[in-house]
Write a protein that binds this ligand. Sequence first.
Ligand code: 4GX
Length: 234
Amino acid sequence: MRIDVVTIFPELFEAFLRTSLLGSAREAGVLAVEAHDLRRFTHDRHRSVDDVPYGGGPGMVMKPEPLVEAIEALAGPKGPDRGARVILLSPQGTPFHQARAVELAGESHLVLVAGRYEGVDQRAVELAVDEELAIGDYVLCGGEIPAMVAIEAVARLVPGVVGNPASVETESFGDARLEGPQYTRPAVFRGLEVPAVLRSGNHAAIARWRAEQAFEWTRRRRPDLLGRRREEGS
Ligand code: 4GX
């Protein structure tokens, strides 16, 4: 899979993309992820990417020309022949969830657009963006961290990115349940003991206990998840 990001802060992605699973997957050639400086697609002396809003009001709006030029350079013109899916991260987008991450992991090429300021000229959205995603109901300063959230959620589902595929399958949200508690050594820490069943070697009892704990945690912490159908993912 290939992922391109359009941003005015490509340097924010450097350490992120070099680190851990993403770093290894990129080195192994399983994944190609690149951040592109939006200012490279400007033509004026000041390399402007924003301007005042029509109608007045606070803040600035991202200009359409550099954005559309950048997106078209990376994804081609919008339409049925475009080989990529272009996603704008925005609080006005559709809520991002695990089921959407699973779908996006099946794409061959994503272009993520990270905006700043009050937003993006609507004509750029209409002309070049396929979809808008929101990572949560809060307002950040820019789309860079939302883009990183989408990259991590999607990339780890791409075959070969996570070494052990079992860890992608059995975890939280795959079946719209939270996971229960996890323990590692030592068996007793500051007087707190690891539940005996996990040390019993009885694999059927362990599986049953884990399923019960997962259900109990979901019921207490996220009862909203229990009402949902499996197809909805999370
Ligand atoms: N989930 N932000 C985007 C600028 C902006 C505003 C409007 C397009 C339209 C966010 C979120 C988020 C802050 C990213 C504002 N771009 N993105 N940015 N929550 O808060 O995705």
